[in-house]
Design a protein around this ligand. Structure first.
Ligand code: FES
Length: 164
């Protein structure tokens, strides 16, 4: 049984870290639960980036190289997209019921990209997440880290059109 250790604070005040922490806690912060922890990050954020990989490495007390290695080896993990802006459409149950599918269609019609793709000009990457922790605001989108609640396709496309 591992000794109780102080765990690193989440990188910022984003509530989605709570979902990630809950997944790691369920596994007693054990290193063997790395894949599950990475899934939790991807489910909540839509992709893995340097900040989240470092946080998981510190929390599980693993070398960052190991965490990066696993994240890049398995095709089921999505690394930070190359677009200047990242639009993560939540497709969890609450958001799905409230019209997440319409948001994805709206973005596809407006920008010609489906989740997992980036516009040819590298302006926008579109991803999906399983629950971004804002079910009360369904359907929710996270645009560059900011939660946009109760979205409609038109409102979302207009918001995305405003991006530089
Ligand atoms: S299902 Fe979309 S925020 Fe929870």
């Amino acid at each position: 049984m591992a000794l109780q250790q102080t765990k690193p604070a989440p990188p910022d005040a984003d509530k989605r870290w709570k979902l990630v922490n809950a997944a790691m806690r369920r596994n007693g912060y054990a290193g063997h639960a790395l894949i599950e922890a990475l899934h939790a990050v991807q489910d909540a954020f839509g992709y893995l980036d340097e900040t989240s990989l470092r946080f998981v490495a510190e929390s599980l007390d693993l070398p960052p190289s190991k965490v990066y290695g696993v994240a890049t080896f398995y095709h089921l993990f999505t690394l930070k997209p190359k677009g200047r802006h990242a639009c993560v459409v939540c497709t969890g149950t609450a958001c799905y019921i409230k019209g997440a599918g319409g948001l994805i269609e709206g973005v596809e019609q407006g920008f010609g990209v489906v989740p997992g793709e980036t516009t040819p000009d590298d302006r926008l990457s579109v991803l999906t997440a399983r629950c971004v922790g804002a079910c009360g605001l369904a359907p929710a989108v996270v645009l560059d880290g900011a939660v946009l609640g109760k979205q409609t396709p038109d409102a979302l496309v207009a918001e995305l059109n405003r991006l530089e």
